[in-house]
Design a protein around this ligand. Structure first.
Ligand SMILES: Nc1nc2c(ncn2[C@@H]2O[C@H](COP(=O)(O)OP(=O)(O)OP(=O)(O)O)[C@@H](O)[C@H]2O)c(=O)[nH]1
Ligand SMILES: [Mg+2]
Length: 242
């Protein structure tokens, strides 16, 4: 196994050293940090971590418009150009426990993509206010009903893909850029024949740094499931850009 974990960062200077050092504790894991020119200097810190990691850590510095979706698409293209056998996605804010990567990787023996899930038996969320819990539970139900996806945690950003499964995804056709990117990606993955597995995780609210949730990103999340449903029904994208 040659797993690569893609970690998108925007203003995560306090978290990224901890995330990278915990990932380095897992044998054979390599890391690709995709930084969007963070004003707080996260990119330079990641470069220093890479210099000390003996080739196991690399950094992609993006310029131009930023976003979770475009950062992941660039990171995934980079990963697929290399020799990784498994490509994982993980947040940089320690909401996802780096040690869980090993469990997700092991579960790819029975699935093409494995989701670290808050909403299967054994999954948990720590330190979320009721409002945030309700929003997330509602969002997942909304997505399942509209798109027909049969996944408990469609919005989890913690996933491991087998290389061949990710390579089947037409990344250039993914239109959403905020958190809805995660929903569109798994939806396209299922459409391209991937079997999805879910393993329980404990998700912990970030302690350091700030959230990047904006009104525009939320609006996109409301619209994208309808766009995907349209594509299921008529087989072609609904062309409305937001
Ligand atoms: N490269 C890049 N990374 C981003 C961008 N927006 C968010 N991220 C990263 O994506 C991951 C998830 O973003 P978060 O801000 O933690 O989103 P969240 O988990 O919904 O919200 P909070 O944890 O409450 O802040 C983190 O590692 C962020 O640093 C972006 O525009 N570009
Ligand atoms: Mg977070």
């Amino acid at each position: 196994m040659r797993p690569l974990v893609i970690v998108p960062t925007y203003n995560e200077r306090d978290n990224i050293p901890i995330v990278v050092s915990r990932l380095m504790a897992i044998p054979d894991v390599r890391v690709l940090v995709v930084d969007d020119g963070s004003p707080d200097g996260t990119g330079a810190i990641a470069d220093e971590l890479a210099a000390r990691a003996g080739g196991r850590v690399s950094v992609l510095h993006r310029t131009g418009p930023r976003g979770l979706g475009v950062a992941y698409i660039d990171g995934m293209r980079h990963a697929l150009a290399g020799d990784a056998t498994h490509i994982c996605q993980m947040d940089a804010d320690l909401s996802h426990d780096p040690a869980d990567v090993a469990r997700l990787l092991a579960a790819t023996a029975d699935a093409d993509v494995v989701i670290g899930s808050r909403y299967v038996r054994g999954g948990r969320i720590e330190n979320w206010p009721t409002r945030r819990r309700l929003l997330s539970a509602f969002a997942n139900r909304y997505i399942r009903v509209i798109t027909g996806l049969r996944i408990r945690d469609c919005t989890s950003g913690f996933r491991c893909w087998r290389r061949d499964a990710l390579a089947r995804v037409p990344l250039d056709r993914i239109a959403s850029n905020g958190y809805a990117f995660l929903v569109e990606l798994i939806w396209v993955g299922v459409r391209s024949g991937s079997r999805v597995g879910e393993v329980p995780i404990t998700f912990v609210e970030r302690r350091q740094g700030a959230s990047k949730l904006s009104g525009r990103v939320v609006l996109e999340s409301v619209i994208v499931p309808w766009r995907l449903a349209w594509r299921s029904l008529f087989g072609r994208p609904f062309r409305a850009t937001i």
